[in-house]
Every structure is written in structure tokens, then in C-alpha cells.
Write a protein that binds this ligand. Sequence first.
Ligand code: SAJ
Length: 439
Amino acid sequence: MSKSAKDELIEKIRGGCAKVAVFGLGYVGLPLAVEKAKVGLTVIGIDRQAERVEKVNRAESYIPDVIQGSLEEVVRKGKLRATTDTSVLREVDAACICVPTPLNKNKEPDISYIINVTEKIAEHLHRGELVVLESTTYPGTTEEVILPRLEESGLKVGEDFFLAFSPERVDPGNKLYKTHNTPKVVGGVTPNCTEVARELYEKIVKDVKTVSSPRVAEAEKLLENVFRSVNIALVNELAVLCKRMGIDIWEVIDAASTKPYGFMPFYPGPGLGGHCIPIDPYYWSWKAREYDFHAKFIELAGEINDNMPYYVVSLVQNALNDLGKSLRGSKILVLGVAYKKDIDDFRESPALKIIKALKEMGADVVYNDPYIPSVKIGDGMVESVEASDDILQESDCVLITTDHSVYDYNRIVEKARLVVDTRNATRCVKTRGAKIVKL
Ligand code: SAJ
């Protein structure tokens, strides 16, 4: 009796001879592709950006979390190659989708990348193939959007092909948790789909947690990110309240953090950046409306977090005012445009909104970010300037928006006249000098 498609695929995965396509070679896809290639699977990275494809094939890592040596090893061994040509899908045993899931300008989900890739996969779908969606999306995407397109092939899910959702968990810059040691959740459309997907991920992840459906897996990922968005919004709102009450929010949080149970510290900041936390929660609140449900916590958190860049602008304006200066015409040095410290990613970075707003109000704004040599602000490209003693001394205000570890905060406070600190980065500063205004 011939083997079932499921048993054949599991045999290939266990034997290490499965061929895996990874769609999207970004912060999620490239680390995943390298990890799968490191365990001996043959991986084909597919990306529509030819530049990325060429860099991968030259073994040049463009993702800080992908160690150059690891990429070189798998490319040299022929275990990883990249292409823009989706026809390679006819030869793969599994396809992992790691494409962006942004919002449109009305903060509504844009799953066009998922749909485009699904249609390419559907074109070449064959018996014995596993498809896994990793991109964060609303509960229902896998079964309502992907499954029907794949079933148009006439192949039957759970018997001829397999479909699952397994959320990506990538924390850019995290030195401790990488792909291999971050538990992975997997939810298949059928038990066979879950089993096959678990086999694939157990090749690269120590701890795989299976759940009963793709919707549970889609929802748990959103819970992870809504949890962060809501808790960050909570401390952001309390930061504004404490400022008005003359209470140091940072001291309050540090004190609350002494509680060994039942409390987890979050910190106020200039707003939410990154490709996840400011975006993913809206996927759930958007889907909720289909069920006549208004996810008030999600929307309120978004409103509070979205307002923080503008609150920071008012802090700068008031701090200058206290020194008898107007914002218009003031020289402002912004330290850090990355959305969080020690990384080079500025997607959705609140610092960009702050710089744009300060410029629109007539301030003379320059920025420094050792990780980001230039960035688009409004209609033009702006270059990072050196945070020299002179520029620190000439600035009417130095605004810390990203607390990169490389900054010498003692020198910054010593040379500057006024420091507005949105990250409590100056908490250990001993030197006297600038007037420091904290969030
Ligand atoms: N932020 C605060 N206060 C905090 C924590 C973060 O203002 O207490 C800000 C950060 O400065 C940043 C934004 O929120 O602008 C997002 O920060 P983040 O720490 O959530 O990091 P991300 O978005 O790079 O990665 C997150 C993952 N981070 C952590 O779990 C620490 C995780 O939530 C997801 O695995 C990942 O998004 C994802 O891909 O969904």
C-alpha cells in the first residue's frame, strides 16, 4: 500500500531531505531560513527584492540578528540559496510565508502581500506540500483567505496538502532569545496539518506548542502583542498624569517592580515603533467589528500610544519656554531615530514623527543615530550628524528619543544646556550641567 502524503512528507522532514521555501527574507524570514538550513534542510529563500536575493547568495547578512558566519556556512554548503523566481515552488515540500502585514493609512489590515504569495503557491501546489503562514494577522486569515485559494487546486487539505499557522516570534536585538530557543506555537487546519507542521518546526526549535486550530494560533500571537501595547499605553498615560502631579513615573515603576509576583514593568516612551506592536493589535480590533464587537482596550491603547510623539513635542516646547526660548528658531539635536535601543530599525519610529512635528513648528532640527546614517523625514533624506561637544553645546535642547547603549550620557548632560529625556537614559548621570526634563 502506497504511503500517505503525510507519512511521505514526515519521512522527508525527519530524514533532513525536505526542501523548504521561505517567502520574505526580512527580520523574520532570513533568520528562519538560516536556522532551517543549519539543520540540513535545503532552503530556498524567495523575495521580490532582487537586492536582498543577491546579498543572500553572496552570503552578506543585512539583518543584524543573522550572524554573518552562519549565513556564509549554509550558503557555502549549498543549503540556502535565494531567488525571485517563484516557479521553484514546484519542487519544494514546504513553503513558509513570512511577508509583511502592514496597515493602510486608515489603520486597516493590508493582507495583499499574503494574498499575492498565496496565489503564487497555489499555482504550483502539489501533493505532499505543507504551507505555513507565519505573518501576524487576524484570526481567520489562514482558513478564510489562504485555504480556499489552495483548495481551488482540487487537492484536499489534511490529505493531499497541509496548511497551518505558526506565528513568528522575533525580538530584534534580543541577545538571549533567537529562533532556535524561542518556543513556537503551531495550529493546523486538521490534525494531520498540525502534526506535519510540528515535525517541521521541531527540526529547529526546542519547544513546539501545538494548538487546536490556526485561529487559536493567530489569536495567541495577537494577545502577545496586544498585551504589550495595552501595558505600554497604561504607563504612558500614567507618565502624563504623574508629570502633572509632580511625581517621577520612573521612580514609581522601579518601586512597583520590587514586587516579586503579580507585576511586570513596562516603561513610558516617546511612542511605539517597530513592525509589530503599533500595528498588529489593530488587526484584531478590525476583525472584531465583523462580530459587532468594539475592542475598546486595543483602540484606546493605540490612541494613547499614538499621542506620545506629540506629547514629547509639547514637553520640548514647555522646557524651552521655561528658559525663555520659543520652539521656533531653536536648535534641537535629536539622539536616536531607531524605534528602540541598539538596533538599526526605524520602521514606525516615533522619533521620525517628533522630528517632523518639530520642523513644522519652526525648530532647526538635526539628529544623530550611530545605527542609522540617513533617514527619510517628510519629503527629504536627512543625514545623521556627529554628536560632537560643539553641537551639544550649541543646541538649545538635546532630545533623547532612543537610549542607545553607545551614548555617553555623562558627556551629553555635561555639554548640553537642556536635555529632554524620554527614556530615563540619564538616570545614572552624576555630572552636573544641563537642566534635565524627563518624560
Ligand atoms: N516600548 C515602550 N515601553 C516598553 C517596551 C517597549 O515604549 O516598556 C516601545 C519600544 O521602544 C518600541 C515598541 O514599544 O518602540 C516595541 O517594542 P518591543 O519591545 O515590543 O519590541 P519589538 O516590537 O521589536 O518586538 C516585539 C517583541 N518584543 C518583545 O517581546 C520584547 C515581541 O513582542 C514580538 O515577538 C515581536 O514584537 C513581534 O514580532 O511581534
